[in-house]
Design a protein. Structure first.
Length: 299
């Protein structure tokens, strides 16, 4: 039973390392074992020799380190790759101002969401792309009156390449269905398009690099109402320092790129999973948004 408990604990530790982005185990310095005369891998971890026996007790068996293998014959130099072989993809660091300028120039060329997605797939100015598995662009309608913008993709989104498909996304879908809305009527995305390592909050620099693409996306979708989900998205889109509890439920004008719309921030579904009592506030916000879309005079 204890062995099973230990094994389960080790699996949890390994899962945590994997979630934090660890993929390989390496030493701090390289070791050339062919030049290590009397040192073999693992020798430092062997138990020390037992002390001399006392009072005629039987001597413990001495543990001797394995003898080093004879030096191997020199290896031939590896053949150079043929000119047709593609070099491994590398992500070169880009200065923040240069990355934003490049993103703005690239995003302006997109005439459709499909073109914008293709440009994003080629763009290497955001460091998040180096550690993420997938580009997470959007789901829902290409043009919609209602647009939800969250913080960043999580693990499930990174695996599937679509935003809000994990537990938080499933809760959002249930809330939309209860309000009479579906994917065919809404457009859902995030302020960044790649998963931050360990599901951390994206940095202001990462959000600013992705901002030109988000602005062009909003222009192409042309929503009447934009709903920032959570504090990080609300602060970035509305350019305010207030927390989400002060911002939520307040209708205000918003300009994203060249598109003018109305905005009403609300609580992120992930927060609602952690704090079920707050679902009542988010539901009131959603009903106000639905009334606004239906043309009510007072949201």
């Amino acid at each position: 039973m204890q062995d099973q408990t230990t094994a389960a604990a080790l699996v949890q530790v390994l899962e945590w390392y994997r979630a934090m982005g660890v993929t390989d185990l390496v030493d701090a310095e390289p070791t050339n074992w062919l030049e290590s005369a009397n040192r073999v891998p693992g020798q430092a971890f062997l138990p020390a020799a037992s002390p001399a026996p006392r009072n005629g007790a039987p001597a413990s068996r001495e543990v001797r380190p394995a003898q080093p293998a004879p030096p191997a014959a020199p290896r031939a130099a590896p053949a150079r790759p043929t000119p047709s072989a593609a070099p491994p993809r590398q992500f070169v660091g880009t200065a923040p101002d240069a990355a934003v300028a490049s993103a703005r120039s690239e995003a302006a060329r997109a005439k459709s969401l499909a073109e914008l997605q293709a440009i994003l797939a080629r763009f290497d100015g955001c460091s998040l792309k180096a550690t993420a598995k997938s580009l997470v662009f959007y789901r829902g309608a290409e043009r919609a009156r209602l647009m939800f913008i969250g913080e960043a993709p999580g693990r499930d989104e990174d695996q599937e390449g679509k935003p809000f498909v994990g537990r938080a996304g499933q809760l959002l879908d249930k809330m939309l269905a209860a309000a009479g809305l579906s994917d065919a009527e809404v457009h859902i995305t995030n302020i960044v398009y790649w998963r931050p390592p360990g599901n951390r909050t994206p940095t202001p620099q990462e959000a600013q690099v992705c901002r030109p693409f988000l602005e062009r996306q909003v222009e192409l979708v042309a929503p009447d109402v934009i709903v920032p989900l959570g504090g990080a998205a609300a602060k970035h889109l509305l350019d305010v320092a207030d927390g989400i509890m002060k911002l939520r439920g307040r209708l205000m004008p918003i300009a994203v790129g060249r598109h003018q719309a109305k905005a009403m921030a609300t609580l992120h579904p992930a927060y609602l999973l952690r704090t079920p009592a707050a679902k009542r506030q988010a539901w009131r916000d959603l009903l106000a948004i639905r009334a606004l879309l239906d043309g009510a005079s007072k949201p």
